[in-house]
Design a protein around this ligand. Structure first.
Ligand code: ADP
Ligand code: MG
Length: 310
């Protein structure tokens, strides 16, 4: 391989170098953006020659932007950044700023980061009120209340969440996810937890920092959403040491909490009163129900099972 200096030397000495340089310069100076940038400035030929590299960079990079098909395929030096020519005293420089697509993508990512979830299917998290079908009369009230909640709640405002109950497949989880997305668009964080899997996982994570962090987050997040409460394996430990304290904290701090369940409150009381070990503790179950009622308005969702249709 030839040393690089030798290669450059060779190129510089090629007889057509000057011609090609002039042609390139013409192209650059014909660019309408470059022309409007230079207009009104006293630009000498020496200045132009000195800054031709910058102008070339600008023209190349902005050409990419004109032909942009997606952020993914952006070939610019800095992906998602579009060039602008600026004057630095008598010098020309290229400055890069986020393009419209990048700004939009960053905003989307920021919003997504406001939705934390545990054991909720990824595609479910795409739910939104725009995509939501409202054909079932039995669900309209729930959808309206959910929409009102998600589009009006402000952090610090005292407001009740929802306890959405109804049979399997009516769209309860979907509605929670739509709420989480609406809240995220309004820059409000939420935590969506699929309770049965959460309870299973807690057992193995019991003594870890991650466990403490999750519980702490569930207590303090602006909006907590507990999905499928009542479908978990009931233990007095889960009820009294985990669920109870989370709800208690949120009650005292006036932090809204939403729930979904296949059970109405009466059946949930029964579920919470009976542990897998066969113990029966009505008072402890009633205490949890009291907290749920304090935190959320019960609302039934009726309708067809949407999972069967698909
Ligand atoms: P549930 O939690 O009540 O058991 P899901 O929320 O899991 O029901 O909904 C069942 C299926 O129906 C899901 O695949 C979901 O994507 C779809 N679905 C639910 N509600 C709607 C809706 N309003 N519009 C469109 N699809 C929906
Ligand atoms: Mg569900």
């Amino acid at each position: 391989m030839k040393p690089i200096r030798e290669t450059i030397h060779h190129l510089m000495n090629r007889h057509d170098f000057k011609e090609r340089y002039e042609a390139m310069k013409r192209d650059i100076l014909n660019d309408p953006h470059v022309q409007s940038f230079l207009r009104g400035h006293d630009v000498t030929d020496a200045m132009l020659n000195r800054h031709l590299g910058k102008l070339y960079e600008f023209v190349q990079q902005s050409k990419h932007c004109e032909r942009c098909s997606s952020l993914e395929q952006c070939p610019n030096l800095l992906k998602g950044y579009t060039p602008h020519l600026i004057w630095q005293g008598k010098n020309i420089d290229v400055q890069y700023e986020r393009c419209a697509r990048k700004v939009q993508e960053d905003e989307r990512k920021k919003q997504q980061s406001l939705i934390r979830s545990l054991f909720i299917p990824r595609d479910m998290l795409q739910a939104s009120f725009d995509k939501l079908e409202t054909d079932d009369l039995g669900r309209i009230e729930a959808i309206e209340l959910a929409n009102t909640f998600a589009s009006t709640y402000e952090v610090g405002k005292r407001i009740k969440g929802l306890y959405l109950y109804g049979s399997f497949g009516v769209g309860k989880t979907y509605l929670l996810a739509a709420m989480a997305n609406e809240l995220a668009q309004r820059h409000i964080a939420s935590f969506l937890v699929y309770v049965p899997e959460f309870v299973r996982s807690l057992k193995s994570a019991l003594q870890t920092d991650a466990f403490q962090d999750t519980i702490e987050y569930a207590k303090q997040v602006p909006v907590l959403m507990l999905d499928d409460l009542g479908a978990e394996l009931m233990s007095s430990w889960w009820r009294d040491e985990v669920l109870g304290p989370i709800l208690q904290y949120r009650m005292l701090e006036h932090l809204p909490t939403c729930f979904t369940s296949n059970f109405d409150l009466k059946r949930l009381t029964h579920h919470l009163a009976h542990s897998q070990r066969g113990e029966e503790e009505q008072v402890k179950a009633a205490r949890i129900i009291e907290r749920i009622v304090y935190l959320a308005t019960p609302i039934e969702m009726k309708g067809k099972n949407r999972r069967i249709d698909m």
